[in-house]
Design a binder for this molecule. Structure first.
Ligand code: 5AD
Ligand code: SF4
Length: 486
């Protein structure tokens, strides 16, 4: 699956330094017939055993989108499609889109323009994800060469939609968000050989005034803890040792009856699955973040030392305008809770600068919050007005240059905080899950439980996928440097 530049590239920290190593994937499904590129879809190809040809899937956006793409790929593979590396080699081109900020959404249409020629070769083109949901059938008007428009809340209907496409239908849509169902699939094609992503809650019931997600991903729906734990057992059996539980507000998880597990209980149950060594979860909403989560982390070392807790702004006035449901003080209480844990827990956040009405004094409050919270990393964004959001009716009052200035000031400040925090780890020994090998000899990389990137030297021949101890010898704002401690 090709990955596009993430919106998270504005991150002051590290995580977009992608060390994922591709693992070949073969589900052993026979392709009985292959549709030649250039041929139109033919009804005679329909049916469960028919060969569906090849697909190319490009993904933009957040981890949820990445994981949705893994599930979509799983559905296609189980229907007999084969995944290919280039759009040229594919009979079906799918584009999983992001509309969280305007720039991301604009990219979609320029990329669709590039695909226009390809449709003339008989390829089927589909738009998935948030832009699909946002723009709906208008996409057919703007890009008539597109045959499928499907938002994430409708992925569970993908098999039927694929059948329609295979039957030659050129206008197939899945745009329903009014659902209480989740996207369960027998097959997920996972791209990371060691860390498995796992959605536990879809959609969002919060109503942050700047955010398209409640509109594009629909209402909050939690999967049952039975289904989640069954999947974790399967993942462990497949050799995954790290799982990351995903949700837009992952800690708002509400297990459907009869079991009714709390989120913190689910975390402990996942950590208890034999073979699992690390459990991550993202993204937490401050209002639903309680002491029980910190207590769970304290009691179970397999729960990673990391909480991602987006604050968005340090000014209570701006938080109110954003409809974030907490004040600066209430947020800082959660920070205290995390910072007073029995073992250190890394804390990261998201911040938006230049929200409508954000004064210089409000921005200064965000800067002072960075001092108070001492984040280990952050993602920062310039406010971007989005369709169908409450803040669209507010005057986007901060000029672009001023937003850029605030972003740069914020990032400089955070870089310095990270430099100091990372340097303080010099001399310590950390455990690293090795996920990358540099072209330079004896250079390896991986992540700590606190999700710090570590570049280190080792004479070992093969370390990928193993947990090793590394002595930290130096640090930059974005990574630790070290040597294998044997
Ligand atoms: N403009 C800028 N940033 C946004 N985010 C969400 N919506 C917008 C928007 N309209 C940011 C928030 C969120 C992260 C995923 O993206 O910080 O936490
Ligand atoms: Fe968007 Fe707010 Fe929901 Fe996060 S909690 S997905 S920012 S509406």
């Amino acid at each position: 699956m090709q990955r596009a530049a993430r919106p998270h590239c504005e991150r002051t920290g590290v995580v977009n330094c992608d060390l994922r190593m591709g693992k070949s994937f073969d589900i052993g499904l026979q392709q009985l017939t292959r549709r030649e590129a250039g041929a139109r879809p033919d009804v005679s190809f329909a049916g469960p055993l028919a060969a569906r040809g090849t697909f190319f899937l490009e993904t933009f956006g957040c981890q949820m989108n990445d994981h949705d793409s893994e599930k979509v790929a799983g559905v296609l593979l189980s229907r007999g499609y084969r995944q290919v590396e280039t759009p040229e080699a594919a009979s079906l081109i799918l584009y999983n889109t992001c509309s969280i900020r305007e720039k991301a959404a604009q990219k979609v249409f320029s990329r669709l323009g590039e695909y226009r020629e390809k449709q003339k070769d008989g390829k089927i083109i589909g738009v998935l994800g948030c832009v699909a949901q946002q723009e709906g059938e208008d996409i057919f008007e703007r890009a008539p060469w597109v045959s499928l428009v499907c938002g994430s809340a409708s992925y569970r209907k993908l098999p039927e939609m694929l059948a329609e496409l295979e039957a030659g239908n050129h206008r197939v849509t899945g745009l329903d968000t009014d659902t209480d169902e989740t996207f369960e699939t027998e097959m997920t094609r996972r791209d990371n050989p060691w860390r498995a992503y796992l959605t536990i809650i879809e959609g969002c019931d919060k109503a942050c005034s700047y955010c398209v997600v409640p509109y594009t991903r629909g209402p909050e729906r939690s999967r049952s803890s039975e289904a989640i734990l069954r999947e974790v057992h399967q993942l462990a059996a497949l050799g995954y040792s790290e799982v990351q539980l995903l949700g837009q507000t992952v800690n708002s998880y509400r297990d459907p009856r009869p079991r009714g597990m709390r989120f913190s209980e689910l975390l402990l149950a996942v950590a208890d699955v034999p073979g699992i060594r690390r459990v991550r979860f993202t993204t937490s909403h401050p209002s639903d973040f309680g002491q029980d989560i910190v207590a769970a982390i304290e009691s179970e070392p397999k729960l990673c030392d990391h909480v991602h807790l987006p604050v968005q702004s340090g000014s209570t006035k701006v938080l109110q305008a954003m409809q974030r449901t907490y004040s600066r003080e209430e947020y800082l209480e959660k920070v205290d809770m995390i910072r007073s844990a029995k073992r250190p827990i890394a804390l990261t956040t998201d911040i938006i600068v230049g929200f409508p009405g954000e004064t210089e004094a409000d921005f200064e409050e965000t800067l002072s919050l960075l001092e108070d919270a001492q984040y280990d990393s952050l993602f920062s964004f310039k406010y971007s007005p989005r369709p169908n959001t409450p803040s669209l009716s507010m005057n986007d009052s901060i000029p672009e240059e001023e937003k850029s200035r605030r972003l740069a000031v914020l990032q400089d400040k955070q870089r310095e905080i990270q430099r100091v925090r990372n340097l303080a780890l010099t001399g310590e020994t950390v455990e690293v899950l090795v996920s990358g090998k540099s072209r330079r000899e004896n250079q390896w990389a991986g992540y700590t439980t606190s999700h710090r990137l570590v570049n280190f030297t080792s004479q070992a021949h093969e370390l990928l996928g193993t947990y090793v101890h590394v002595r930290v010898t130096d640090a930059t704002p974005n990574s630790l440097l070290g040597e294998h401690a044997v």
